[in-house]
Each structure stands twice: as C-alpha cells, then as structure tokens.
Design a protein around this ligand. Structure first.
Ligand SMILES: Nc1ncnc2c1ncn2[C@@H]1O[C@H](COP(=O)(O)OP(=O)(O)OP(=O)(O)O)[C@@H](O)[C@H]1O
Ligand SMILES: [Mg+2]
Length: 342
C-alpha cells in the first residue's frame, strides 16, 4: 500500500512548481495503518497559501486510492538557517586625520604581507568616494561577480592571496559617487554582510581620510578589533594623527599602533639617507600617546610605482628593505592583536 501512496504522491504537483511534492523533497515519511495514511511533511515553505493548497491536494489524491479512507498530514515547518557567509576573526582599519599620507598604500601592502605570513586575509575598500584599491591591487576594470553558490551575495575578488572588495569594481571608472551618509552606511553594511568573505583571519579596511560617515558606519556595522594610525613624520602631521587617535578612542576601538609612512628616503644610487619630511614624528607621537609603534616605511619609488601599476612593492620586490618594513609592521600587528584579544 505504501508504494501506491508514493506513486500517488508523485502525481501531486507542488503549488507554483512544475514538479511533484516528492521531487520538491518535502515528504519526510509515510505511514500506512489499515485504511489510514499519515504523511509527514518537512518544509521551509513560508507561504501559507501553498501549505493550504497542499493540505487539500495531498488528501484528495490519496483518497482516490482504493482502500484509503483517512489521510492525516503532519506538517513540520523548518526554519531555514541563515547561511553564514562570513567568519571574520579580526577587522582592522587604517585611518589618518588627513588625506594622502598613504593609508591605502599601507592597507594594500599590509594585507598582502599578512597573507604572506599565512593568514587568511581580506581587503575592504571603504573609501566610497575615492576608491583606490582596484588600481593599487591591479584589478581595475574587472566588474564584481555574483557568487554562483549564494546568488544574493557578492563574490570578493582575489589577487596576491587577498580577497578584495571595492566599490571601484562596481561603478564605471571616473564616475563621481554622490551618496549621502545613509547610502554609505548601507553600502558598508552590505560589504560586510552580503559578501562571501568566507573564513578570514584578518579583514583590513581601508578608510577614507578624516572621521566621517564611512568610519562611523564601519563601527556601527561590525566590531573593529583594532585601528592603525598612518602618519607622516613632519611636525604638522601630529595634530591630524591626534584627531585619528581621538576618533578611535571615542568609538572605543583599540589602537594597534602607529605606522610612520614616507619616513625617509634612501638614494638608490648613493645610499644617502634623506629625511624629506623630517623623521621620528610617528615614534614620538606613539610615545606621547602611549601607543605601540608598528614601523616606519621609507619613501620609495617602487612603492609609488607599485601603487600606480597594480603591483604592490611587497609583490614586485619582496626582499627590498621597504617590503621588509611592511612585513615587520604586519608581524607587529599580529602580535598586538593577539595581546589585545588574549
Ligand atoms: N612610502 C611611500 N613611498 C612612495 N610613495 C608613496 C608611499 N606611500 C604612499 N605613496 C604614494 O603617495 C600617494 C598617496 O598614497 P595613498 O593613496 O596610499 O594615500 P591615502 O592616505 O590613502 O590617500 P587618500 O587620503 O586620498 O585616501 C600615492 O601615489 C602613493 O603611491
Ligand atoms: Mg586612500
């Protein structure tokens, strides 16, 4: 008799679909006792109208079988578990009080250095108005793709061992983005939640200059494990760095430390060291504010060229002193974050 019931169920169409309730996979079990059938259904169906239709169509079909008089349905609604697409251990954000000090350059080279140290690393470009990450990572002009396995999610790009997401890969190059705060807010939230980042040890977030919407949105959307202040060494950079530090303090984000960028210049021909923007400002600032000092990055032609050409210096010339400086800073970050979270 059970076979007859199963055969009959194969003829019952699932409402709004072109296949049967069997193919839909909602029939969990069928028990036949004499002239009575119990059909156990497990479904994620949210539409009550569909459930009501099944309550009519299944008994109607089964009662047509000779010898079946009574049909009972037991319907268990399964709550669809939201697929966890991101499992990010540490979100770290680079910021500075003002623009042009090398936040994006530092973010890119640190992210790659972290990946080279064996950490699963992502890089999120949160500079909505001026996304530079696609150029610096050499993925300019490649549009983002929808994740085929999670059709409502974005697939991050991947380059140099780092998963990357930037609005620069979603809008035409050179298009001005004129969004107000709320849109930036929802974009950043989506960049964290609707992207299949997968398991990451670090997500490095490159923030725009200053202390605006993107910064606030990021801290609203997720726990930021640590902030990195990028500073240039000259005296006037101090007050900008102080603003960045104050900002992290207000948002209760622990500061992992200070990176001094454009620290000095070593002449490639004669080896003379020149401190173009003075030197040691970052170290001094860190000491005065009881912050860790993560490292100093020299001014280097390869850094600028690497950024413009999409081949960051830590990829192009991994053994150069500047690449070693980035690697040291990355190691320091790992150490500091472990201490903070221990
Ligand atoms: N250590 C360095 N040596 C040489 N050039 C550098 C160095 N750091 C950054 N630059 C160059 O300086 C310019 C500004 O750097 P970058 O875009 O990283 O700064 P930013 O702080 O992110 O700027 P913004 O505030 O506009 O986001 C870039 O052309 C970059 O290649
Ligand atoms: Mg930048």
């Amino acid at each position: 008799m059970k076979e007859k019931v199963m055969e009959a169920l194969k003829q019952v169409f699932y409402p709004s679909k072109t296949h049967s309730v069997i193919k839909e996979g909602i029939i969990d079990d069928v028990e036949v006792k004499g002239s009575k059938v119990l059909v156990k259904i497990k479904t994620e169906e949210k539409n009550q109208g569909v459930i009501d239709m099944l309550k009519r169509s299944i008994p109607a079909a089964l009662k047509r079988i000779e010898g079946i008089e009574d049909v009972e349905l037991e319907i268990e609604k399964v709550v669809e578990e939201k697929e966890k697409v991101a499992n990010i251990r540490y979100v770290i954000a680079t910021t500075s009080g003002k623009g042009g000090v090398g936040k994006s350059t530092v973010s890119v080279n640190l992210a790659i250095s972290l990946a080279k140290l064996g950490f699963k690393t992502g890089l999120l470009d949160a500079d909505i108005y001026g996304p530079n990450i696609p150029t610096m990572m050499g993925i300019e002009g490649s549009p983002v793709q929808v994740d085929k396995e999670h059709k409502d999610k974005i697939l991050p790009m991947e380059k140099y061992g780092v998963k990357i997401l930037s609005i620069g890969n979603m809008v035409p190059k050179d298009a001005a983005i004129i969004w107000r705060g709320p849109l930036i807010h929802s974009a950043i939230k989506q960049f964290l939640e609707d992207v299949t980042w997968g398991d990451l040890d670090f997500l490095v977030v490159d923030l725009p200059p200053g202390t605006g919407d993107a910064q606030i949105s990021l801290t609203d959307a997720t726990k930021v494990s640590g902030g990195i202040i990028v500073i240039t060494p000259q005296h006037v950079a101090m007050s900008d760095a102080a603003k960045a530090n104050d900002f992290f303090k207000k948002l209760k984000i622990p500061v992992l430390g200070v990176v001094e960028n454009m620290s000095y210049f070593v002449c490639p021909n004669c080896g003379t060291k020149t401190e173009i923007f003075s030197h040691g400002g970052g170290k001094k600032f860190a000491a005065e504010n009881s912050l860790p000092f993560l490292g100093e990055i020299p001014i280097d032609l390869e850094v600028r060229e690497g950024g413009d050409k999409g081949t960051p210096v830590v990829v192009k010339n991994p053994d150069s002193p500047v690449s070693k400086a980035f690697e040291d800073a990355a190691r320091n970050i790992v150490e500091k974050i472990k201490v903070l979270n221990s």
